[in-house]
Ligand binder design. Structure first.
Ligand SMILES: CC(C)(COP(=O)(O)OP(=O)(O)OC[C@H]1O[C@@H](n2cnc3c(N)ncnc32)[C@H](O)[C@@H]1OP(=O)(O)O)[C@@H](O)C(=O)NCCC(=O)NCCS
Length: 190
């Protein structure tokens, strides 16, 4: 049974209106599967050496499927696996990130992680202005991921060749011992 969470988020957005964010449930699965396929050209993503099916994960959605944030819980950490807003630039992404942070804080999570790629300068700007910091870079990780998902483009935003993964983290708990944490998927040698 899905836990319905209605959150009125008034942060961000040029429309200035409130946004209705809710947790998704089993009845959302069909449109989420199609939505993710349309956005990511497959029903799976390959990231930090893992193959993840985001449609299987808990998620928050905005309005009538105008945005989707899929995530997973990893102990005291959480990972934002996909974030998409349609249309972009109207505050949907911000509303989803803030609602997700509030949800995770309520669950006792201490850190929200995500991985993006070296070409996504607009997403990097988006995250860095919303409390995330760049923690870790995996050189060549996307080149490696292409072995599992050959459809991953080689050229991305602004014509930038896509090679590397960037891990970003937003602290959900400002206690000092959270500083210096590595992503849950990092090994000591990375
Ligand atoms: C990145 C994304 C989720 C941001 O959500 P959004 O609803 O467009 O963002 P908001 O309207 O809440 O905030 C606007 C901010 O996002 C930035 N932004 C990032 N990508 C943008 C885009 N494609 N169009 C417009 N603004 C974008 C703007 O520069 C703006 O930054 P600022 O507020 O710091 O000036 C969304 O643009 C998107 O779905 N992009 C494509 C998928 C993607 O790259 N996902 C992230 C993968 S790691």
């Amino acid at each position: 049974m899905c836990r319905e969470v209605e959150m009125q988020n008034r942060q961000g957005g040029t429309s200035g209106g409130s946004r209705s964010i809710r947790s998704t449930g089993p009845t959302d699965r069909d449109w989420i599967t199609q939505f993710l396929y349309d956005r990511w050209a497959a029903d799976f993503v390959v990231v930090h050496g893992e193959v993840i099916k985001p449609a299987d994960l808990p998620a928050l959605t905005c309005g009538q499927g105008e945005g989707l944030a899929t995530y997973r819980l990893l102990g005291e950490d959480a990972e934002l696996v996909t974030l998409d807003a349609i249309p972009a630039g109207l505050g949907i992404g911000t509303a989803l990130v803030e609602a997700l942070a509030a949800t995770l804080i309520g669950l006792g999570c201490k850190r929200l992680w995500l991985t993006t790629t070296n070409d996504k300068l607009s997403a990097l700007r988006f995250y860095l202005r919303r409390g995330f910091r760049l923690i870790h870079i995996r050189l060549g990780a996307v080149d490696e991921a292409r072995r599992f998902k050959p459809g991953i483009p080689t050229i991305g935003e602004l014509g930038i060749p896509i090679h590397d993964e960037l891990d970003l983290c937003r602290l959900l708990d400002d206690r000092p011992q959270n500083n210096g944490a590595l992503p849950p998927w990092a090994t000591p040698t990375q």
